[in-house]
Ligand binder design. Structure first.
Ligand code: CA
Ligand code: CA
Length: 263
């Protein structure tokens, strides 16, 4: 190739470089290198030649960067799609959890009502619903077992309420009649640890309480949560202990006999 032909060829490459035609540029790379290596032949175009090489390098770097960007954009799109799927999944889970909570609450309500009506029916069949008199009050010891709130509803339906124990004499009388464990009208449903009777009297107002005491370990009420995570918020009186030491807090959901009291 004559110097004149080389000049024309190099100018063509310079045009290719400025027009970003990379494939043609790579095809002519051997000529560029030969031209740079041959300092004597290329002396007239040396400056332009170096600029061309640098320009080609920049273009190659830009091209590589463009490829990286394309890959990153694809990954970003995949991550976005995954994120959207996870969010939709979480949303569905939240809705399902809410539905389960509502269904559980409805189930509990229906179960309580059912127990109550079962007890009413059983009691109506049992004609001898007998009341025992003591100190001007009437007491009924149930044969049926209900949870605490249904027991109370039953007593109320009979013009009474769950028993309120306001003296050691009354506690002694009840103990003498008991053949099982019975619900009494004492609870801390409203405020944990604040025990009140169904007539809103507190233990300090009545002046008597007969919680079971333990020499080692916590005495009652202990709000034990092993069997019911909501704790123990209703009181029961047990017949198999000293009557002065026989109140326990237990889960309000247990099915227990109960004592109604009316004036
Ligand atoms: Ca409690
Ligand atoms: Ca307890």
């Amino acid at each position: 190739m004559t110097p004149c032909e080389e000049s024309i060829h190099f100018l063509k490459i310079a045009v290719l470089l400025t027009s970003h035609e990379m494939d043609s540029l790579y095809e002519n790379s051997s000529f560029i290198l030969r031209t740079v290596a041959s300092g004597e032949k290329c002396s007239r175009y040396k400056g332009l030649c170096i600029l061309g090489i640098l320009y080609a390098n920049v273009l190659m770097q830009l091209s590589a960067q463009k490829t990286n960007n394309t890959i990153m954009i694809r990954r970003l799109e995949e991550l976005t799609a995954n994120y959207t799927r996870v969010r939709e999944h979480l949303h569905i889970n939240n809705i399902m959890e809410r539905n389960i909570e509502e269904l559980t609450a409805n189930y509990t309500r229906v179960r309580e009502q059912l127990s109550f009506y079962e007890a009413l029916t059983a009691q109506s069949l049992n004609a001898d619903m007998s009341w025992t008199t003591f100190n001007g009050k009437l007491y009924f010891f149930s044969c049926n077992e209900l949870n605490w709130s249904s027991s109370r509803a039953f007593c109320v339906s009979k013009g009474a309420d769950l028993v309120t124990i306001t003296s050691q004499t009354e506690q002694s009388f009840l103990a003498s009649k008991m053949k099982a464990w019975y619900w009494i009208g004492l609870n801390d449903l409203k405020t944990e640890g604040h025990w009140v009777w169904v007539n809103n009297q507190t233990l300090s107002e009545t002046g008597v309480q007969f919680w079971h005491k333990r020499e080692s370990g916590k005495s009652e009420p202990d709000n034990w949560k092993e069997e019911d995570l909501t704790g123990e918020n209703c009181a029961v009186v047990k017949n198999d202990l000293n009557y002065l030491d026989s109140w326990f807090d237990i889960s309000c959901n247990y099915q227990i006999k109960f004592i109604c009291e009316k004036k």
